[in-house]
Design a protein around this ligand. Structure first.
Ligand code: HEC
Ligand code: HEC
Ligand code: HEC
Ligand code: HEC
Ligand code: HEC
Ligand code: HEC
Length: 415
């Protein structure tokens, strides 16, 4: 029985090793993308200049790795050293300040840059098919492949173990040591038990992942009653977000504007003559027809130029929705925290129909609170934190994160 036990031990170790290897590498590969989306995507794209420059080819432009990492962590410090390249860039971008990321580790920065390089080379390759972004999202999820690989390797391990014990029996027989018929592994209780345990762990992992994700709806992009394009309004025509979502400045909710707000402009603008518009599925949108729908809802007669009184309410499909047990306040973030809409909602000004950009998970809130600096200057919310002010002034502290003012305490976000 002794060599069975040691075989079983080896088996457990190899399975554990394989599992760690599979999930480990998978997490690695995705990390860079997630970190980029979370920290950088509000200002940077890989191949397009947004608020900040396109990041493709960054290692060629800044070959000094130390300098590059220093910039990403604390660009203000690099600017102060008088570095010519970065000071020129800063002026070129109208002195737009990039955020500081003092908490990013070397490994995390390396993962972001690896992701940028990978995305840049994928975009440089000839386009594979329509809907590139979604295809890419699927392509990067290799867990199925790894799963199959694990299974195949596990079977090979089992077969080798069997061969090993057979050989041992043969040599034992040759040397005249009495031995017994080995039980094949599919009837060996130890193996069966192990197999059950491994299945249980893997099953449990996926069940828990699934349960945590319940009710989350990242990328949710419902079709709306009117094809209202944020790209046309907030992008091309530069209408300020607060013109329609003024609530975000004053209170908890950002609010969806009433159709009267739309009519401020659309009494006059009754046709669409801009760039062609397409839905996600590739069908073309007739902007003028969509404006006519707006007239139907508001009961506006564009010929007579008056309201007929036959208005009906519009039901926009709600996209972002936190569970009822969570308290989230827009003004706290937009007005006091000076967090840009795009940091949480993504590049809304480039979206046809809005989709949910962030997963709105608790981890998402808490991670940002760990990293974000509180803006103490002209922020009346925090006059009670005199001590922080003084520590900041005397240089004892160089910044105060949201966590330090209690932003990760349960009752701050939970009713
Ligand atoms: C608030 C907007 C903002 C965020 C967030 C941001 N950046 Fe920047 N970044 C900029 C701007 C603007 C510049 C151009 C220089 C300047 O004006 O400071 C820049 C420049 C850069 C450069 C130099 C580009 C070049 O062509 O040489 C790198 C590298 C960079 N950012 C990396 C990052 C990374 C990595 C992240 C995420 C961890 C990030 N940035 C997050 C705004 C941002
Ligand atoms: C001219 C008015 C207007 C402007 C300007 C505007 N929006 Fe909107 N927004 C709407 C309307 C109407 C909806 C509801 C329909 C929809 O979801 O597309 C909406 C929906 C949204 C949603 C999704 C709400 C939900 O259901 O969860 C977000 C987020 C959003 N807007 C953010 C922004 C940001 C950020 C800007 C500025 C870059 C902006 N909006 C500019 C009118 C506007
Ligand atoms: C500040 C002025 C302004 C406001 C407010 C405004 N729009 Fe527009 N809208 C425009 C302009 C400008 C265009 C583009 C016209 C063109 O390019 O020919 C446009 C185009 C459109 C179009 C056709 C393109 C598309 O997005 O499908 C629709 C539909 C539309 N608006 C609906 C709305 C709705 C619904 C609201 C209210 C939530 C609204 N607009 C509020 C100025 C406005
Ligand atoms: C710190 C992250 C964050 C920032 C910054 C932010 N939002 Fe939101 N926004 C959210 C969350 C979370 C929700 C979901 C709220 C809910 O379900 O109660 C939301 C919901 C919305 C909605 C849907 C209606 C509502 O209030 O529930 C609109 C519209 C919206 N945001 C617009 C904006 C605009 C415009 C800005 C910038 C002025 C902005 N948001 C800034 C996180 C943010
Ligand atoms: C992009 C970064 C970011 C994200 C994401 C974010 N927050 Fe915040 N949050 C901040 C900042 C910055 C402040 C500090 C604002 C200030 O200066 O008053 C803050 C403050 C708060 C406060 C007040 C804390 C205090 O001690 O007064 C609450 C409550 C809060 N956030 C809830 C949430 C919830 C709930 C979510 C997720 C749905 C969330 N936040 C997501 C950046 C973020
Ligand atoms: C910065 C804001 C924030 C803080 C602080 C916070 N939570 Fe949450 N919590 C959330 C959000 C947002 C959700 C909803 C996540 C979702 O829908 O997936 C949530 C969900 C939960 C859930 C439901 C399970 C789940 O993952 O969906 C539990 C339980 C929970 N929180 C407990 C806590 C406890 C305990 C603390 C204190 C240690 C805490 N929370 C602190 C924002 C916060």
């Amino acid at each position: 029985m002794i060599h069975y036990r040691s075989n079983a031990k080896r088996f457990v170790i190899s399975i554990l090793f394989l599992t760690v290897f599979c999930f480990g590498t998978n997490v690695w590969a995705q990390d860079g993308k997630a970190l980029f989306q979370q920290n950088c995507a509000s200002c940077h794209a890989v191949n397009k200049n947004l608020t900040g420059p396109a990041l493709a080819g960054i290692e060629e432009r800044v070959p000094d790795k130390k300098l590059l990492y220093a910039w990403i962590r604390n660009n203000q410090a690099v600017l102060q050293t008088g570095n010519k390249y970065f000071n020129d860039l800063y002026n070129q971008y109208n002195k737009a300040a990039m955020n500081l990321f003092p908490n990013l580790t070397d490994g995390e920065i390396a993962a972001i840059i690896t992701y940028v390089n990978k995305a840049a080379s994928e975009a440089a390759a000839p386009p594979k098919e329509e809907g590139g972004a979604k295809a890419e999202a699927q392509g990067s999820d290799n867990s199925l492949l790894y799963g199959i690989l694990t299974l195949v390797l596990a079977v090979i391990v089992l077969i080798l173990l069997q061969v090993n014990s057979n050989l041992k029996r043969l040599t034992d027989e040759k040397e005249g040591i009495p031995s017994y018929e080995p039980v094949p592994f599919w009837r060996n209780k130890a193996y069966i038990a192990l197999f059950a345990v491994v299945l249980f762990i893997i099953g449990g992992y996926f069940t828990i992942q699934g349960a945590i994700g319940l009710g989350r709806s990242k990328d949710y992009q419902p079709e709306q009653p009117i094809y209202y394009s944020h790209k046309v309004h907030a992008g091309t025509n530069q209408i300020n977000c607060l013109y329609c979502h003024g609530g975000a400045q004053e209170g908890k909710h950002a609010n969806i504007p009433s159709l009267n707000t739309c009519m401020n402009c659309h009494m006059a603008i009754n046709e669409y003559a801009g760039e062609k518009l397409y839905r996600e599925d590739g069908t073309e949108v007739n902007g003028t027809e969509e404006i006519k729908k707006l007239y139907k809802y508001t009961g506006w007669d564009p010929q007579a130029k008056k309201y007929t009184g036959e208005a009906k309410p519009i039901e926009w499909v709600k996209i972002h929705n936190l569970p009822d047990h969570v308290y989230f306040n827009h003004a706290q973030h937009v007005k006091a925290g000076k967090v840009a809409c795009q940091t949480c909602h993504g590049p809304i000004q480039e979206m046809g129909e809005v989709y949910q950009f962030s997963d709105l998970s608790m981890g998402w809130c808490v991670n940002c609170h760990r990293e974000s600096k509180v803006q103490f200057t002209d922020n009346k919310f925090y006059s009670i934190y005199e001590k922080f002010h003084n520590d900041l002034k005397s240089g004892k502290m160089d910044s105060v994160t949201v966590e330090k003012i209690g932003g990760t305490e349960c009752q701050k976000c939970h009713y």
